[in-house]
Design a protein around this ligand. Structure first.
Ligand code: NAG
Ligand code: NAG
Ligand code: NAG
Ligand code: NAG
Ligand code: NAG
Ligand code: NAG
Ligand code: NAG
Ligand code: NAG
Ligand code: NAG
Ligand code: NAG
Length: 475
């Protein structure tokens, strides 16, 4: 697909903020003047002061508030300093690897930044390092190699026990990092194009031997900031932070053809303190999917995904959902907030996917201010994926789903009412809906609920009776 061919879907629902918040923000802005602007990733990423700032006269919540620009790195070099050739055909794999190896030594001495200038920089997989910025200037395009050997095999993730698609090892991501601290991937809207078509074809024609690689994967890392770039045509999930903490993904455009298989946008996996903000995503799979490992492997590792914010994400995915939780969620998922999302022409708005064998839990999920247009099933909870890593999954490992709060949801021109299907052995509890309007549904469209309990107020059309009893006091 052509990366240039897309639009930035605006139209995110505007919120009206209480005067109190405005006051807090003003106080915050005043105190800002007294603070220094030196880079402190913990302040940049997860500071303790007010979460709102003023942008164009409008108060907006954000994870990245009063930071004084990007971290200054002591050493600044260009990929050209290492002999890179940006002609779109010369391989720069060794050049990128050599560059990062060289810059690694500055990690403890003020960090380093590798600039990628305008041009088309073909490369195989390379790793990042700590205290490091990868900066793509305007017109810079990093192109993923078309040679699978340039995406070498690595061990499967412990929480999956095998490659997600094929047994055993998996292809490494194009841009990879393991055990890093303070990594920034940013620029002036340069592009990282995975050129994934070859991989999608291997998948389609059933000749894929090992699980496809991600575009960007960071493992066991913290203080990660990915912003102001366009990522496109990932072979598989586009951005995959796994076993990470303090991750901000902001102002990103993520594109893949709408039929490209499993090209999820952003998949926080067994990670905590993750903020995904102001992103436009269109792809062949979930725009955002929160995960935490697969069946007995995820249960054993028990690394949940928690404290996750998905804010002002917009986009479209014809066969999947705006935000998905699962289906791999065996390490547990808790404290997720999805707000100000705009999704159109998609299969689902919010989808919770799980099954027997998964174990784990999905608890304390807040979904608010969601606008959908032409989304087939606006809200969907489903089971029965019958998708297990091997035959050793435990049929008694039943996930615990409770405390899911929906409010201020509008869906126009959906074709089906919500479908909320729990699991008989442990029904989903505390499914709460307030101010949910599904407009333009056919009068015959009825809610479909099974093995759930919860509460509904100001919901139309009339929700299923299961949501009307007061089984849960937590709403
Ligand atoms: C970034 O570039 C893409 C094209 O690659 C464009 O559609 C998008 O609007 C640009 N984003 C910004 C913020 O300029
Ligand atoms: C990164 O920089 C910080 C200081 O800013 C330093 O404490 C840390 O050791 C550095 N990390 C590495 C891996 O060099
Ligand atoms: C990148 O890191 C992975 C481990 O996370 C390692 O297996 C691989 O060999 C590294 N690649 C390079 C080019 O250093
Ligand atoms: C499958 O797709 C790959 C990648 O495009 C191609 O190289 C290969 O020839 C195809 N195999 C078959 C059997 O179609
Ligand atoms: C991202 O782009 C916006 C708009 O061009 C700019 O205001 C902001 O400073 C940039 N952020 C970073 C981290 O470069
Ligand atoms: C939930 O996550 C948010 C965002 O990360 C965080 O600010 C908040 O403290 C968390 N709540 C709890 C109860 O941990
Ligand atoms: C869920 O929220 C409730 C109420 O705030 C809290 O008591 C409970 O500890 C939370 N559970 C998890 C797993 O976050
Ligand atoms: C109900 O939700 C809609 C759409 O988000 C919002 O505009 C409206 O203010 C909400 N009503 C109440 C009473 O919160
Ligand atoms: C749904 O689509 C029809 C046309 O297909 C349009 O007339 C209508 O206004 C749309 N919105 C709602 C809420 O039904
Ligand atoms: C459900 O609980 C609400 C608030 O606690 C209460 O007002 C309402 O009467 C209860 N409804 C039923 C059917 O018990």
């Amino acid at each position: 697909m052509d990366c240039e061919k897309q639009n930035l879907g605006g139209g995110v629902t505007r919120l009206s903020w209480s005067p109190v918040l405005v006051l807090i923000t003003l106080v915050g802005l005043l105190s800002l003047q007294l603070t220094t602007t030196t880079f402190d990733p913990t302040r940049l990423l997860w500071g303790r002061s007010s979460e709102a700032y003023v942008s164009g006269g409008e108060v907006r919540k954000s994870c990245v508030r009063f930071y004084g620009g990007l971290p200054e790195r002591k050493v600044l070099m260009s990929i050209e300093d290492f002999g890179g050739v940006g002609d779109g055909t010369t391989s720069n794999t060794e050049v990128f690897r050599r560059a990062v190896r060289h810059m690694q030594q500055f990690g403890g001495g003020g960090g380093s930044q590798l600039n990628v200038p305008k041009g088309r920089w073909l490369t195989g997989s390379f790793n990042l390092t700590s205290n490091f910025t990868l900066f793509l200037e305007e017109g810079a395009v990093i192109l993923g190699s078309q040679d699978p050997k340039e995406w070498p095999l690595v061990e499967p993730l412990l929480s999956y026990g095998r490659g997600r698609e094929r047994l055993g090892a998996r292809h490494i991501s194009l841009i990879h990092g393991n055990g890093l601290t303070d990594v920034v991937i940013t620029g002036k809207n340069g592009t990282i194009d995975g050129q994934g078509r070859m991989w999608w074809e291997l998948w389609w024609n059933r000749t894929l031997e090992h699980t496809r690689g991600h575009l960007v994967e960071l493992m066991n890392s913290r203080n990660i900031f990915i912003s102001n770039l366009t990522f496109c045509n990932s072979p598989f999930w586009t951005i995959h932070p796994v076993y990470c903490s303090n991750v901000v993904v902001k102002d990103m455009t993520i594109l893949a053809p709408l039929n490209a298989p499993n090209t999820d946008g952003i998949d926080p996996d067994s990670s905590t303190n993750v903020c995904i903000e102001d992103c436009y995503i269109e792809s062949g799979d979930d725009l955002v999917a929160v995960k935490s490992g697969w069946d007995q492997y995820g249960i054993k590792m028990a690394r949940p995904s928690s404290n996750i914010i998905v804010r002002r994400v917009s986009g479209t995915t014809p066969t999947c959902s705006g935000v998905g939780i699962g289906s791999e969620m065996s390490g547990g998922v808790f404290n997720v907030t999805v707000e100000d999302m705009h999704v159109w022409d998609s299969a689902a708005g919010v989808r919770i996917k799980t099954d027997k064998g998964r174990g784990g839990y999905i608890v304390n999920i807040t979904i608010t201010n969601i606008r959908m247009e032409r989304v087939k099933i606006p809200l969907r909870f489903s089971r029965g994926a019958n998708d297990h890593p091997d035959e050793y999954w435990d049929p008694n490992a039943v996930p615990n789903v409770k405390g899911i709060f929906f409010s201020n949801v509008v869906s126009l021109n959906s074709s089906k009412a919500p479908s909320i299907q729990g699991i008989e052995e442990l029904p989903f509890a505390g499914i709460c809906m307030k101010n949910v309007s599904l407009l333009g549904l056919q009068s015959s469209a009825a809610w479909h609920c099974e093995f759930v309990s919860g509460f509904a107020e100001n919901v139309s059309p009339m929700p299923c009776p299961e949501l009307k009893n007061n089984v849960s006091s937590s709403c």
